[in-house]
Every structure is written in C-alpha cells, then in structure tokens.
Design a binder for this molecule. Structure first.
Ligand SMILES: NC(=O)c1ccc[n+]([C@@H]2O[C@H](COP(=O)([O-])OP(=O)(O)OC[C@H]3O[C@@H](n4cnc5c(N)ncnc54)[C@H](OP(=O)(O)O)[C@@H]3O)[C@@H](O)[C@H]2O)c1
Length: 134
C-alpha cells in the first residue's frame, strides 16, 4: 500500500509542487495527471484493489486541491485528473481480458485531444472528455 501511495500520490504531488508554479501565467496551459476510473469512490461498486484505488483517490484529491490553489495565481491553467482508458501495457495485461483496449499511442492521442477541449480546471475526466464522479 505504501508503495502504491509513493508512486501514484506522493510522486505526482511533488511534481505538482515543483512544476505547476512554473506554468506560464498569461497563456492557456494544461497539466494532466494520470489517474484511473477505479480511483472514483462513487464509481466503486465491486471493491478490490484497495491500495491502487485508495492511492488514485488520494491523487484525485491532490489534483483537485492543486487546481484550486493554482487558479489563484494562474487563472488560465487547466489541471486535470485523467482516466486514460484500458491501455495495453504491462500494468493492465493481467486484468484486460475481455475488455476493449487501446494502444498507448491511441491513448496518448485521446488524452491530448481531451485536454485540448478541457476548459474547466480541477476536473476528473476520461480519455474521451467525459466527466467521472469523484
Ligand atoms: N494501462 C491501463 O489500462 C491504465 C488504466 C488506468 C490508469 N492507468 C494509469 O496510467 C499510468 C501509466 O500506466 P501504464 O499502464 O503505462 O503502466 P506501466 O506500463 O506499468 O508503466 C508504469 C510506469 O511507471 C513507472 N514506475 C513504476 N514504478 C515506479 C517507481 N517506483 N518510481 C518511478 N516510476 C515508476 C515505470 O517505470 P519503468 O518503465 O522504468 O519501469 C513505468 O514507466 C499509471 O498511472 C496508471 O495507473 C493505466
């Protein structure tokens, strides 16, 4: 559990701390943090994966908090927690049988497209831009 929190919550929190203040204040900027739908507390209907789920829920809270704080100095910055879809990587391989999957390249393209369209900061969205409940 500690390892999951290190990678999924504390690492991104340090990235947010050091990188978000560097964003240009005048132009539109975007920062995306790779979350996961299973980090949604509302969407949790099956249980399981308690460490991963909890670490992504923590990440979501970090992203939301960072977005609120950053908006005070960077009103044009859009900070987003993103579910990338089920992507064919070593992470998903053991769980993705029978699920529609996308390649990392397709996921990256969708993520960039969704980010381009995202106008509100502090949201949790999927790769297609659809909102996910916290
Ligand atoms: N794949 C999916 O279906 C899916 C679904 C929802 C969310 N996500 C999220 O998308 C992100 C990318 O996932 P992925 O599928 O690309 O996973 P992955 O193939 O397992 O890649 C994970 C990446 O994290 C790095 N990493 C792992 N442990 C680390 C550590 N202790 N310190 C620093 N870096 C570490 C790995 O580095 P090395 O390459 O050096 O090992 C690798 O680059 C993750 O945040 C994941 O939770 C993925």
């Amino acid at each position: 559990m500690l390892s999951q929190f290190r990678v999924n919550a504390i690492g991104p929190a340090l990235v947010a701390k050091h990188f978000l203040p560097q964003l240009d204040r005048r132009s539109r900027t975007a920062a995306v943090f790779l979350s996961a739908r299973v980090g949604s507390i509302t969407d949790n209907k099956k249980g399981g994966w308690i460490s991963y789920r909890a670490s992504k829920a923590a990440l979501n809270q970090i992203v939301r908090t960072a977005s609120i704080e950053l908006a005070r100095t960077h009103p044009n910055a859009v900070v987003t927690a993103m579910h990338p879809g089920t992507v064919r990587t070593p992470l998903s391989a053991p769980y993705s049988k029978g699920h529609p999957t996308v390649s990392p390249e397709e996921a990256a393209t969708s993520i960039l497209r969704a980010l381009d369209r995202q106008t509100e900061t502090g949201k949790f969205i999927a790769y297609d831009g659809s909102p996910i409940e916290w």
